[in-house]
Write a protein that binds this ligand. Structure first.
Ligand code: FE2
Ligand code: FE2
Length: 340
């Protein structure tokens, strides 16, 4: 779809275009717009909510519950109907029991209404005992919180990289052995591994101190398996790389962002802006991640969803002509309306 400022831009009602392009007469409905069929699975990747007990603000400045609620509201109002919501750790800033209770109260109703499974991951700010008891209704324990989910044939492994009492990450030999055992049997649609400490280098040198230790040991386990993507958090900014040849996507936080562009006088700079979450679209042959900002920006261009039935009704060649041609009714009319 054209996006130039003189293209299909403009926030009009589309009435003129609907008149110019009557859908009647188009013989078949072809709702696939491009070369790719819809993704087989859609996940939502949210990270680092850092909730506090009694609804307190983080550092007395960041209304973290409000930030999470905005993410949930945007998600529910949006077009994506996810199979699962994956939260990659630092769910609670201080591991307070009330923070987990409040987290469930905010997230569970939304997930239930959307029919999405909830997948939690431990972060270094979390505590295993309340995490196990209050998110999973299981006995309190200090054992690693590793779990496997089957999302209609897509396996998601929640892997606990935390070290009790510390902020850096580690995986024990027992955990790696368990992981290798799980991965020994491929899943129908492959596997996504969700961790808190992402095995990627970071330009924030002090954050590198808090990275996952002994990453080659994890690479050895993952190599040659059906793992298609690693999802991570912890860094509080979006970043993408590969690990053991596997794509890795790190979601920024919903609470605050670590600013990689901060003044050099700042060793570390967390800012109240740029918060986001990610969509993870899992296709047959690839995984695509996309970042959604929490901020409600003013719309300056766009299309009403009123257009959709008309566009759906067009055969592919007509659709290409109407949406791509610089001289189509649609583009000309919308260019005229672009000052709306
Ligand atoms: Fe965090
Ligand atoms: Fe963290």
């Amino acid at each position: 779809m054209a996006t130039s400022e003189q293209g299909v831009a403009g926030r009009s009602t589309g009435a003129g275009i609907l008149t110019a392009l009557q859908p009647g007469g188009y013989p078949e409905r072809m709702t696939q717009m491009g070369q790719y069929p819809p993704a087989g699975h859609v996940l939502v990747h949210i990270s680092d909510t850092h909730l506090l007990g009694e609804g307190r603000s983080l550092y007395g400045k960041v209304p973290v519950e409000e930030r999470l609620a905005i993410a949930m509201a945007r998600l529910e109002a949006g077009p994506v109907k996810p199979d699962a919501l994956v939260f990659t750790g630092d769910l609670a800033d201080l591991g307070e029991p009330d923070a987990y209770v409040r987290l469930r109260a905010i997230v569970e109703p939304v997930a239930a209404r959307m029919g999405a499974e909830l997948i939690w991951v431990m972060g270094n700010h979390d505590e295993r005992a309340p995490y196990a008891s209050l998110l999973f209704d299981e006995p309190e324990t200090d054992a690693p919180q590793d779990r496997v989910y089957d999302i209609r044939g897509l396996r998601v492994i929640s892997l606990d990289t935390t070290v009790p009492g510390y902020h850096h990450g580690e995986l024990s030999a027992a955990q790696l052995e368990w992981l290798a055992g799980v991965l020994a049997q491929p899943a129908e649609h492959g596997t996504i591994v969700a961790v808190h400490h992402p095995p990627v280098p970071t330009p924030l040198e002090v954050m590198a101190v808090l990275e996952l230790l002994d990453q080659p040991a994890l690479a050895e386990v993952l190599q040659g398996t059906d793992v298609r993507m690693i999802l991570g958090g912890h860094l509080h900014y979006s970043t993408h790389s590969t690990f053991a040849g596997i794509p890795i996507s790190v979601a920024a936080a919903t609470c605050y962002t670590l600013d990689l562009g901060a003044d050099a006088s700042r060793l570390l700079s967390g800012v109240d802006g740029g918060q986001s979450f990610d969509f993870v679209h899992v296709y047959d042959d690839r995984v695509v991640t996309s970042t959604i900002p929490l901020d409600g920006f003013a719309e300056v261009t766009g299309f009403s969803s009123d257009y959709r039935p008309m566009i759906d009704a067009m055969p592919a060649d007509v659709r290409l002509e109407q949406l791509s041609s610089k001289t189509s009714h649609l583009n000309l009319n919308e260019a005229a309306a672009s000052d709306v």
